[in-house]
Design a protein around this ligand. Structure first.
Ligand code: BES
Ligand code: ZN
Length: 850
C-alpha cells in the first residue's frame, strides 16, 4: 500500500456547498445502469471549484445551467470529480454509467441474486453518481427508477410514490419523492420480482402508515414475525420517546447478499434476509429475538440517525450507540429484562472487551480512520450504548426523557455531534457530564480495584480506578461513572442499595452503624462497563442471596471461572461443584436459570490470562463440565425430561425458557460423551418441531464419531439444502466442531454445492466461525492461521469489507504466547505485503502488527 490516506477528526471542515435538491433517474438494464443526477446547488463559501466524491464511474455528460461542459471545465481523479469555476447558484446535471451486476463489494448499487439493491452507508453513494457524499450535506431526493416490467415489477426508493410510468412498452417506471432532507448515505433503491406482506399502523396523531415487507417469491409467510416486530417498535417509540413515524409508507426489503445486518434508509430499509425471515421450522428462538431487535433498531434510526444525523463519521456513536441502547431497552421491555441485560453484557464482553484490550482499541468517538467501514465496531456500538445507558442511569427515567425531548426539539433536521447530544443531556441533571465526556475520548476498559475494611461498626469501601494506557502508550485519566452497589447482612438480607458516583482515581466510601462486616454486591445491573477486581469474594453466598439478577449471575460466572483456573493448577474445586447443585434446584425464570447454569465462555476466560494459551482453558472447561455432569447426571436428566416439549413451538416466555433450560442441560450432559447422551441428542433431533432444538441436538451430536451424527447431519442437509438461512447454521455447526481433522473438513465444505463465497452470510458461517474456533484457528502448527489468512487475501480482492471483518480474528495477537505470536506475525506480514491489498484490510492488519 503506497498512498493510504488517514482522515482526522481535527481536520473536519464544514461543506463549501449545499445541495438543496437532487433528482435522480435510473435506467436499469442487465449489463449496465444509466444514472442521471440533477442537483440544485448553492455555494456557501468563497471558493471557485466544486469537488464531488466519485467512485469508479463512467462519466457520460456534465451540464451546468444548461451548458454542456467541455473537458477543460472539469477534472477527474480516482476519487473525485472537480467542476471548475462554478457560480453562486446553479443546476448541475451529471450522466454516468455503472455496472451493478459486477459490483462484488456490495456497496453502492449492486445485485443480490436477481434483485437490484443499494447499500450506501457510509460512502457507497459515490459509487452510484458524483456527489457530496458526506452526512452533513442534506438534500431532498426525487428518484425515478425505470426497468423491465416483467423482471422488475417492484420498483422502490425512499419516501412516497408520486408517479407511475406505464408507457414504455416492455419497461415501466416509478417516481419516488422523499420530502425529508437527508444525507446520501440514506438513499436507497430496489428493483425486483418480489412477494410482499402488507399491514398498517396508525400513529398517535392519527396518520395511517402503510407497512410493506418485500421478500423473495414464496417467502412471504416467513415475514409475519418481522411485521409484528415493526408494529411493536412503532408503538414503543411513541410511548417511550414520544416519537412518531413521519411518512405515509414504510418499506422493508430482504436480500440474501448483504455485508451487514440491516440498513435504515429513509422509508426503505434494506435487510439481510437473516433478520427478516423466520418460522418455527427454520428459525431458532434466538433468531426470532434477533429479528425483533434488528427491525426495531433500524426503525428507531428514523429519529436517532435520520431526522437527526451525524455531522461527520466520527460522530457515528451518536446514532449507533444511542440506537443500540434504544433497541436494547425495547427488547428488555418486550421480553425478560434480566435475561436481556445479561445477554447484552455477555455480548459486550465477548466482543467489545476483547477489542478494547487489543491493538485496534479506539474510543467510541475515534480520532482518525483510514476506512470508515472498519469503524462499525463493537466499541462504537456496544460500548456506545453502555455510555448512553450510564447517562440514563444518572438522570433517571424522567429527566432522561426530558433531555431526549430537548435533543429532538433542538436538533431536528440537522447533522450534529456527540457534544450537541451531551448538551441536551446536561440541561436536566446535576452530573458532571464534562468529566463524563472522557468516555467519548478514551479507549480501553477501566478496572476498578476493590478493597474493604471493617472497624467499630464502620465498613470502608475503597475503590481505585486502573485506566489502561492508549494504544501507543499515552496515559489516560480516571473516569466518571455510576456504580450501583448493595450491602448484605450475614443472612443475605439487603441492608442498603446505593448508586455511587465514581469520579476519582481512588476514593473510600464509609458506611456506619453496622453490626458486622457486610457482604458487597457490586456493579449491580452492570451499571458501568468496567472490570471489577475484587479478591476474596464469598461467591456461594452471593449466588444464594443476591437479589440483583445480574450480580447473582456474575457471582456464579466468577466462581466458575476461578474454579477452572484452580483446575488448571490442579487444585480442589469441590466447593464450586457443590454450589452448582444449589443452582440446579433454584425455582427461577427458566431462561434466567439457563444462563445461571452456563459455564463461562473460553473468550471470557482468556481475558483473565496474562499470556493467552487456549489449550488449558479448553481442557479445564471440558473437565469441569464432566465433573458437573457426572455428579448431577440424575438431576440433569430429570430437568431435561421435565422441560422437554418436542411438539411445542410457541414463542411465549415459558416455552422459550423450557427450551433454553433443557438445551443447556443437554449441552452439559454432552460432556459425558456417553451412549445415553448420544441417544438423547438423536431423539431430540428426530422428534422436535423447532429449529432451536435441532441446532442444539446437532451441536451435541457433532462431538460423536458414531453413525447417529452422520445420519442427523445428512438428514438436515437434505431437508434444508434449498434454504440458505438454514444452511448458514449447517456450516456454522460444522465449523465450530471440536472433532479432529476440522481444517480439512472446512476446506472440503467450500466446494459444497450450497456454499458460495460471494454471499457474506455463508462466509461468516464457515470461515468466520472457524476463525473463532480457537482450538483449530490457533493450532500450534500454524495451519489455522494460514488457511484464514489466505481466505482474507482471496476475499479482499472482491469484497474488502468482508475480508477486513475476518482479519479481526487476529486482534488477539499481542496477548498470545510466544509460539502462536510468532506464527501469527509471519502470517500477518504475508497478508500485509499482498499486492493491491484494500485499505480496509490494510488498516486492520497494520494496526495489529504495530
Ligand atoms: N447503519 C447500520 C448499518 C451499517 C453498518 C451500514 C455498517 C454501513 C456499515 C445499521 O443501523 C446497523 O447498525 N446494523 C447492524 C445491526 C444492528 C441491530 C446493530 C448491523 O448491520 O450489524
Ligand atoms: Zn444502526
Amino acid at each position: 500500500m503506497s498512498e493510504v490516506k488517514e482522515i482526522f477528526l481535527k481536520d473536519y471542515k464544514e461543506p463549501d456547498f449545499n445541495i438543496e435538491s437532487v433528482n435522480l433517474t435510473f435506467e436499469l438494464f442487465e449489463d449496465e445502469t444509466d444514472v442521471t443526477n440533477i442537483m440544485k446547488i448553492e455555494k456557501l463559501d468563497n471558493v471557485s471549484d466544486l469537488v464531488l466524491d466519485a467512485g469508479e464511474l463512467e462519466l457520460k455528460e456534465i451540464v451546468l445551467d444548461g451548458e454542456v461542459l467541455g473537458s477543460d471545465r472539469y477534472i477527474t481523479s480516482e476519487e473525485t470529480l472537480t467542476i471548475l469555476n462554478v457560480p453562486q447558484n446553479f443546476i448541475l446535471e451529471i450522466r454516468n454509467k455503472i455496472y451493478p451486476q459486477n459490483n462484488t463489494e456490495l456497496e453502492g448499487l449492486y445485485k443480490s441474486g436477481a434483485i437490484f439493491c443499494t447499500q450506501n452507508e457510509p460512502e457507497g453513494f459515490r459509487r452510484i453518481t458524483p456527489y457530496l457524499d458526506r452526512p452533513d450535506v442534506m438534500s431532498v431526493f426525487t428518484t425515478t427508477v425505470i426497468a423491465d416490467k416483467e423482471k422488475y415489477p417492484i420498483l422502490l426508493s425512499n419516501g412516497n410514490k408520486i408517479h407511475c410510468h406505464e408507457s414504455f412498452d416492455t419497461r415501466h417506471g416509478v417516481t419516488w419523492h422523499d420530502p425529508h432532507p437527508k444525507p446520501s448515505y440514506l438513499f436507497a433503491l430496489v428493483a425486483g420480482d418480489l412477494d410482499f406482506i402488507t399491514d398498517s399502523f396508525t400513529t398517535a396523531s392519527g396518520n395511517e402508515v402503510e407497512l410493506n415487507i418485500y421478500v423473495d417469491k414464496g417467502n412471504s409467510q416467513k415475514a409475519t414475525h418481522a411485521m409484528a416486530s415493526l408494529i411493536n417498535a412503532m408503538k414503543w417509540d411513541e410511548e417511550k420517546y414520544g416519537r412518531e413515524y413521519d411518512l405515509d409508507i414504510y418499506n422493508i426489503v430482504a436480500v440474501d447478499s448483504f455485508n451487514m445486518g440491516a440498513m435504515e434508509n429513509k422509508g426503505l430499509n434494506i435487510f439481510n434476509s437473516a433478520y427478516v425471515l423466520a418460522d418455527a421450522d427454520t428459525a431458532t428462538d434466538a433468531n426470532f429475538m434477533g429479528i425483533e431487535s434488528v427491525i426495531a433498531h433500524e426503525y428507531f434510526h428514523n429519529w436517532t440517525g435520520n431526522r437527526i444525523t451525524c455531522k461527520n463519521w466520527f460522530q457515528l456513536t451518536l446514532k449507533e450507540g444511542l440506537t443500540v441502547f434504544r433497541d436494547q431497552s425495547f427488547s428488555a421491555d418486550l421480553n425478560s429484562k434480566e435475561v436481556q441485560r445479561i445477554d447484552d453484557v455477555k455480548a459486550l464482553r465477548e466482543r467489545q472487551f476483547v477489542e478494547d484490550a487489543s491493538p485496534t482499541a479506539h474510543p467510541i468517538q475515534p480520532k482518525s480512520y483510514i476506512s470508515m467501514n472498519n469503524f462499525y465496531t463493537a466499541t462504537v456500538y456496544e460500548k456506545g450504548a453502555e455510555v448512553i445507558r450510564m447517562i440514563h442511569t444518572m438522570l433517571g427515567d424522567e429527566n432522561y426523557r426530558k433531555a431526549t425531548d430537548l435533543y429532538f426539539e433542538s436538533f431536528d433536521g440537522q447533522a450534529v455531534t456527540t457534544d450537541d447530544f451531551l448538551w441536551a443531556m446536561k440541561q436536566n441533571g446535576e452530573f458532571d457530564l464534562e468529566h463524563f465526556k472522557l468516555w467519548y475520548d478514551q479507549s480501553g476498559t477501566p478496572t476498578l480495584q476493590v478493597t474493604e475494611s471493617f472497624e467499630n461498626g464502620t465498613y470502608a469501601l475503597t475503590l481505585a480506578q486502573k485506566i489502561p494506557n492508549k494504544v501507543g502508550g499515552e496515559t489516560q485519566k480516571a473516569m466518571y461513572f455510576p456504580l450501583k452497589i448493595a450491602l448484605l447482612d450475614k443472612d443475605g438480607n439487603e441492608i442498603l442499595e446505593k448508586m455511587l458516583i465514581i469520579s476519582k482515581e481512588s476514593e473510600t466510601f464509609r458506611f456506619d452503624d453496622l453490626v458486622a462486616k457486610p457482604t458487597l454486591s457490586i456493579n449491580r445491573d452492570f451499571s458501568a462497563p468496567i472490570i471489577i477486581d475484587h479478591q476474596g469474594v464469598d461467591y456461594p453466598f452471593l449466588m444464594k442471596h443476591d437479589q440483583n439478577s445480574f450480580t447473582r449471575y456474575e457471582a456464579a460466572q466468577e466462581f466458575a471461572g476461578q474454579s477452572m483456573f484452580k483446575l488448571i493448577d490442579g487444585e480442589d474445586i469441590s466447593e464450586f461443584v457443590d454450589a452448582y447443585g444449589y443452582l440446579l434446584d433454584l425455582e427461577l425464570d427458566l431462561s434466567y436459570k439457563a444462563l445461571l447454569l452456563e459455564l463461562p465462555s473460553i473468550t471470557t476466560l482468556m481475558q483473565k490470562q496474562e499470556v493467552v494459551d487456549f489449550e488449558p482453558l479448553y481442557e479445564a472447561k471440558e473437565k469441569l463440565s464432566m465433573m458437573i455432569a457426572q455428579r448431577y447426571e440424575t438431576k440433569l436428566l430429570e430437568l431435561y425430561t421435565q422441560n422437554n416439549e418436542p411438539n411445542n413451538s410457541e414463542l411465549d416466555s415459558l416455552s422459550i425458557g423450557r427450551r433454553a433450560l433443557k438445551n443447556r442441560v443437554l449441552t452439559l450432559l454432552g460432556a459425558l460423551k456417553s451412549e445415553k447422551v448420544l441417544t438423547l441428542a438423536k431423539e431430540q433431533y428426530d422428534n422436535t418441531v423447532t429449529m432451536t432444538d435441532k441446532v442444539v441436538a446437532l451441536d451435541v451430536l457433532e462431538m460423536f464419531e458414531e453413525s447417529e451424527r452422520v445420519e442427523a447431519f445428512e438428514d438436515f442437509y437434505n431437508k434444508y439444502k434449498n434454504n440458505t438461512l438454514v444452511m448458514n447454521k449447517y456450516f456454522a455447526l460444522l465449523a465450530a466442531s471440536s472433532r479432529d481433522g476440522l481444517l480439512q473438513r472446512v476446506q472440503d465444505l467450500q466446494s459444497d454445492a450450497v456454499y458460495d463465497e460471494k454471499v457474506p452470510n455463508l462466509v461468516r458461517s464457515l470461515i468466520g466461525v472457524f476463525a473463532r474456533n480457537y482450538k483449530y484457528f490457533h493450532k500450534k502448527d500454524g495451519s489455522g492461521y494460514d488457511f484464514v489468512a489466505n481466505k482474507i487475501i482471496e476475499i479482499d480482492k472482491f469484497n474488502p469489507q468482508m475480508a477486513s471483518g475476518l482479519a479481526g480474528a487476529f486482534k488477539i495477537y499481542p496477548k498470545m504466547n510466544e509460539k502462536n505470536k510468532n506464527l501469527m506475525e509471519i502470517t500477518l506480514k504475508c497478508v500485509i505485503s499482498t499486492q493491491g491489498l484494500s485499505k480496509n484490510t490494510f488498516e486492520i492488519v497494520n494496526k495489529i502488527l504495530k
